[in-house]
Design a protein around this ligand. Structure first.
Ligand code: NAD
Length: 259
């Protein structure tokens, strides 16, 4: 029970990777706040995970300062503490850079970077105010280390999270707060399922070719990373017993990117 008595806020936890992280945390004895733009799906996930004693659904657009502050206050009122933040909410929009619409560029950066900043700031105030510190985990990507065509704002944002984690690691150290980034390869969630036909169209190739020759081309075994691979990494970071592991980014990608 590696998350016994620990409370985690996971953003974007109504779907995909975030949902699996919340599930694994509850299985390990933790309590989770499912903070998501989609409140109905957040509530359904919270119910699936055992209801109010174990999981709370909270409406949160991570780009809204007001909604983030309100959601974190709700989480604290319900569970009384927050030990872990998983800043995970994210989207993908693919287009060539010379044609990238400015409003879409701003939307993507705002969800990934403003969302990470606002949720971090809100939980740090709490983590700094009491003994015990905490763990902040950002959902980066292989695109925190590596670039791909058609993904300019995503690659930019995911690289940015590595910088943010290092600052949180330095500022948070004296309060016992550590910060790290998980960098997954391609995981078959709704975010990726949507990209397969979009990339096929942009690149003029079949969907099978997108999977084989674009997404999994540089892996060592041609395999997708799974939501559970990522959730086990989040569990490792959230439950690590000391503050020795901080300011790092861990790549979980079947060897697509090796550092
Ligand atoms: P997903 O689409 O399955 O889930 C994303 C969740 O985020 C959804 O529940 C959605 O409602 C929520 N969300 C979107 N905008 C939001 C906002 N403004 N405020 C709050 N919630 C919002 O996607 P996923 O694949 O599980 O992605 C989760 C994270 O993992 C993202 O940050 C993504 O960039 C990252 N990631 C995904 C992959 C992959 O291959 N799927 C690889 C590397 C990194």
């Amino acid at each position: 029970m590696r998350m016994q008595n620990k409370v985690a806020v996971v953003t974007g936890a109504a779907s995909g990777i975030g949902k699996d992280i919340a599930t694994v945390f509850v299985r390990e004895g933790g309590k989770v706040v499912i903070a998501d733009l989609n409140k109905a799906a957040a509530d359904a996930t919270a119910l699936e995970l055992g209801g109010p004693d174990k999981a709370l659904g909270v409406a949160m657009d991570v780009t809204s300062e007001e909604q983030v502050e309100k959601g974190i206050a709700e989480a604290l009122a319900h569970f009384g503490r927050i030990d872990t933040l998983v800043s995970n909410a994210g989207i993908q929009i693919v287009a060539p850079l010379d044609q990238f619409p400015f409003d879409k560029w701003k939307l993507l950066l705002s969800i990934h970077l403003d969302g990470a900043f606002l949720t971090t700031r809100a939980v740090l105030k709490h983590m700094y105010s009491r003994p015990g510190g905490g763990s902040v985990i950002y959902m980066g990507s292989v695109h925190s280390k590596e670039a791909s065509v058609l993904k300019a704002p995503y690659v930019t944002a995911k690289h940015g999270l590595v910088g943010l984690a290092k600052v949180v690691a330095k500022e948070g150290a004296k309060h016992g707060v550590r910060a790290n980034v998980i960098c997954p390869g391609f995981v078959r969630t709704p975010l990726v399922e949507k990209q397969i036909p979009e990339q096929a169209k942009e690149l003029g190739i079949s969907e099978e070719e997108v999977i084989k020759n674009v997404m999994l081309k540089d892996t060592v075994d041609g395999e997708f990373t799974t939501v559970d691979d990522v959730a086990q990494t989040a569990l490792f970071l959230a439950s690590f017993p000391t503050n020795a592991l901080t300011g790092q980014s861990i790549v979980v990608s079947h060897g697509w990117f090796m550092q």
